[in-house]
Design a protein. Sequence first.
Length: 182
Amino acid sequence: MHILGISGSLRQASLNSAALRACADVLPPGVSLSIADLSAIPLYNEDVRAHGLPVPVQQLREQIRAADALLIATPEYNYSIPGVLKNAIDWASRPPEQPFGGKPIALIGATPGGLGTSRAQYHLRQVFVYLNAHLLNQPEVFISAAPSKFDAQGKLTDTDTAEKLGKLLAALADWTLRLQEK
Ligand SMILES: Cc1cc2nc3c(=O)[nH]c(=O)nc-3n(C[C@H](O)[C@H](O)[C@H](O)COP(=O)(O)O)c2cc1C
């Protein structure tokens, strides 16, 4: 089973990208994880789309299509989804054959704040209702006070968070298998 990780932050020291990388250490047996790169995706422009999807968008769509499931790590910006992530979802979602339909997706998020990106994650859930993805409901993983949980190299040092990520990945793998059996 292959999971595609998508981080909604482009910055090198991103807490959300670090959380995604930490997931590689707690994967269930038989599950692999790769992480998409959103840095080359342009701002959405219908005039550009009229001439064909840009190559980085095509690549992202192919990665999403090829993955058995997605794991999205979202920052929270002004109580919602950061533009980088929403823009990538908007591009990838354009017809024909948007790749999110029927896709199992789990969400995580990390922030220095106290509410662990919960507001952004709930906005993302709403977006994926329209795209008819199958979001994992529980467990929810809200990584608050995140700078205290990673070292200077971005390695997760908090065992409680590592355990929560492991449980989420196990639940996502189980959810994916259940959907594939149908
Ligand atoms: C424009 C902007 C808005 C933000 N709004 C919120 C917010 O609503 N809630 C929150 O918890 N953190 C907020 N933050 C702080 C981010 O959680 C913090 O910068 C975080 O480290 C971003 O994720 P990253 O480390 O993966 O880049 C905001 C940051 C920026 C730049």
